[in-house]
Design a protein around this ligand. Structure first.
Ligand code: FUB
Length: 350
């Protein structure tokens, strides 16, 4: 078989990893990994009790093959980290939840998020059920750092990956979620029925991310899952073939000056983009990039305000030298222009 044929057989993730392992030696990152004693990814940051808490995935080495379904992301537990101030010392609070303590979960504990209500803390996390289908679960704790006790079953009506929970000014909570390819979002239709893989043609509207309000108990969806519309400046839905801008995974919601900012990863084009709107449900109008591509296939972020300044939390593969499934979390200051647009962050000097 020729070299060319070999190239064609490599997955997207393998190709990016091969490229990044060569690039890693020469890249000059602007920010350092926040955690260096273990691999961490998908940082969801919140300020609780005047401290910054980060809820990341815990990446591990694995024998699973690298493929476009993400089987090499074989994570099994969560650690929570806290900082007393931005860029300060990072405390590892130890294992907050292990897959062995989650009855419904079979494997792959991917990107989590957390929320607080009435002094209780809720960890939201995706995992593949024993039948291989991703769902989202919730675990409850008395402290921001856990430990958390998982509910017996996944959240009814949930599916796919990457939960992000947003508390609005009126104290209502909304859960955003969804990820393509291995995250299985393409397997669910607009009626929330499991259909198996259906990808729209490039000139058709892109597969939308999802949102639902949470019940007061924080453990259940309060309504049917809704689709989120992301529009271009002409009011048209972004198309499936618009790979530089369309939604892939990793949703996040924050509010700035009364506007809702919905941000996300574009997957195979590796951008973190954002779109703004006037309701937590959208529609949102595409605005631009928050973060340009990092070392590694995945890009995943969160945004948090601390004492009047805004910060972006993200990951790259600096510590592992470019291994796409062995990532490390980072933070950077995020700034707005006067018109409310976000200044794009380039995480490298070169
Ligand atoms: O960490 C596993 C998956 O990689 C996450 O769920 C995605 O957002 C991507 O970062």
């Amino acid at each position: 078989m020729s070299d060319n044929n070999n190239q064609e057989e490599l997955s997207d993730a393998e190709l990016v990893t091969a490229r990044d392992m060569a690039r890693a030696a020469t890249m000059q990152p602007k920010n350092s990994p926040l955690v260096t004693h273990m691999y961490t990814a998908d940082p969801s940051a919140h300020v609780f009790n005047n401290k910054i808490y980060i809820y990341p995935s815990h990446d591990i080495k694995t024998d699973m093959p690298m493929n476009d379904d993400g089987d090499h992301f074989a994570m099994r537990d969560y650690h929570v980290f806290s900082l007393d101030r931005p860029f300060g010392k990072v405390n590892d609070h130890g294992c907050a939840l292990d897959i062995d303590d989650v009855k419904w979960a079979g494997k792959q504990m991917w990107a989590p998020d957390a929320a607080e209500k009435d002094g209780k803390y809720y960890l939201y996390f995706p995992a593949r059920k024993h039948n291989g289908i991703f769902a989202i679960g919730v675990a409850v704790g008395d402290r921001p750092e856990g430990p958390f006790v998982a509910e017996k079953n996944e959240i009814e009506g949930s599916y796919s990956i990457d939960p992000a929970v947003y508390q609005d000014d009126d104290k209502e909570h909304y859960i955003y979620f969804g990820g393509l390819w291995g995250g299985q979002l393409q397997q669910w239709n607009s009626k929330n029925e499991h259909t198996g893989d259906i990808y729209p043609d490039d000139d058709q509207p892109a597969i939308p991310p999802r949102v639902a309000k949470l019940k007061d108990n924080m453990l259940e969806l309060a309504e049917e899952v809704r689709e989120i519309e992301i529009l271009d400046k002409n009011g048209e839905l972004l198309k499936a073939g618009d790979l530089e801008r369309r939604y892939f995974e990793g949703p996040w919601m924050h509010k700035y000056n009364g506007k809702y900012y919905f941000s996300y990863s574009t997957g195979e084009t590796h951008n973190i983009c954002y779109a703004t709107g006037d309701s937590p449900y959208g529609p949102f109008t595409y605005q631009g990039k928050i973060l340009t591509p990092v070392l590694g296939w995945t890009s995943h972020h969160s945004v948090a305000e601390y004492k009047g300044k805004w910060y972006l939390f993200y990951h790259d593969c600096q510590l592992s030298g470019g291994e796409t499934h062995l990532r490390n979390i980072k933070m950077a200051e995020l700034t707005y222009n006067e018109d409310g647009t976000i200044r794009t962050i380039d995480p490298y000097y070169n």
